[in-house]
Design a protein around this ligand. Structure first.
Ligand code: PLP
Length: 264
C-alpha cells in the first residue's frame, strides 16, 4: 500500500467510454507503473472502437474543482495534459497550474482522433500555444499536431529536427516529437527527443499494427516515470519502450476491430 505523501500522477484529460484512450488509458498506465493515478476530467466522450459519437465538456469551474481537490490532498509528482476540448478548458487548466505549486507538466497536444473526430476546437489552438506550451516540461506532439502548432509541413528527418528547435523556442522545456506518421520511413519509427542540451534519436522497428490510445499512453507513461524519479530523457526512452510492448500485445475488444493497448 502507498504511504501518505507518496508521489501521485495527475491526468487532466478526456474520458473515453471505450476504455482505450484518454483518462482510462492514463489510469491503466499509471497502475502498470505502480504509481497512484489521479484524474481531472476535462471532457467526456461517448466513444467506441468505430469512432466518437458525442462529446460533453463539463463547466470549467467543475474542472477546476477537480484539479484543486487533487492538489489539496495529494503529493503530485507530474501532470499529464491530454484532450482539453475548448478555450475555456485550456484557460481553466492554465489558471490552475499558475495557482498551485509548480509540478512537471507533460503536454500531449491532443487535437484530432485517428478516427477523424475533433478533440480540440480550432479557437483553442492559439490558447494552448500561448498559455500551456510555455508551462510544459515536455511536449509530446505527433507530426500532424506539430504541423498545426507551427503552421508548416514536416516531411522528413531534417524538418523534424528543425521542428523540435522551433517548439523549444515556443517555450516548451523539452520536446518528444513522434515520427510515426513520417511516410519515408517504412520499417522503422523515429522519435526525436530534444531539450536545451541537445537532440536524441530513438528508433524502433515499425510494428505492422496501430492502436487507439497510443499517444495518451506514451504521455502518461512519461508522467509515471517522472514520478518514479527518472530524468525527462530517461522517462521518454522508457515510455517509448512501454508503448511498443503494449502495442505488441494489443487486442481488439470491440466490433470496430481497432486495437487497444495491453497495459503490462
Ligand atoms: N479520445 C480521447 C478522450 C483522447 O484523449 C484521444 C487521444 O488523445 C482519443 C480519443 C484519440 O485516440 P486515437 O487517436 O489514438 O484513436
Amino acid at each position: 500500500m502507498q504511504e501518505p505523501g507518496t508521489v501521485c500522477a495527475l491526468a487532466i484529460a478526456g474520458s473515453d467510454s471505450g476504455g482505450g484512450a484518454g483518462i482510462q488509458a492514463d489510469l491503466k498506465t499509471f497502475a502498470a507503473h505502480r504509481v497512484h493515478g489521479l484524474s481531472a476530467i476535462a471532457a467526456l466522450t461517448a466513444q467506441h472502437t468505430r469512432g466518437v459519437v458525442a462529446v460533453h465538456v463539463p463547466p470549467a469551474g467543475f474542472l477546476r474543482a477537480q484539479i484543486d481537490a487533487c492538489f489539496d490532498d495529494f503529493a503530485i509528482g507530474a501532470i499529464k495534459l491530454g484532450m482539453l476540448a475548448n478555450v475555456e478548458t485550456v484557460a481553466a487548466v492554465a489558471d490552475a497550474l499558475e495557482a498551485h505549486a509548480p509540478v512537471p507538466v507533460v503536454l500531449d497536444p491532443v487535437m484530432v482522433a485517428t478516427s477523424g473526430a475533433r478533440l480540440l476546437e480550432d479557437a483553442a489552438l492559439d490558447a494552448l500555444r500561448r498559455r500551456l506550451l510555455p508551462r510544459a516540461s515536455l511536449l509530446t506532439p505527433n507530426l500532424p499536431e506539430a504541423e498545426l502548432l507551427l503552421g508548416r509541413r514536416i516531411r522528413d528527418r531534417a524538418a523534424m529536427r528543425a521542428a523540435c528547435g522551433a517548439l523549444l523556442a515556443c517555450g516548451a522545456g523539452a520536446v518528444l516529437l513522434k515520427g510515426g506518421h513520417l511516410e519515408e520511413e517504412a520499417d522503422t519509427v523515429l522519435d526525436l527527443y530534444a531539450d536545451a542540451d541537445g537532440m536524441h534519436e530513438m528508433t524502433h522497428p515499425r510494428l505492422p499494427r496501430s492502436a487507439h490510445g497510443t499517444g495518451c499512453t506514451l504521455a502518461s507513461a512519461v508522467a509515471a516515470q517522472l514520478c518514479l524519479g527518472r530524468s525527462r530523457r530517461e522517462a521518454c526512452v522508457a515510455a517509448t519502450g512501454y508503448v511498443h510492448r503494449a502495442l505488441a500485445g494489443g487486442y481488439a475488444p470491440g466490433r470496430g476491430g481497432v486495437l487497444v493497448l495491453d497495459h503490462i
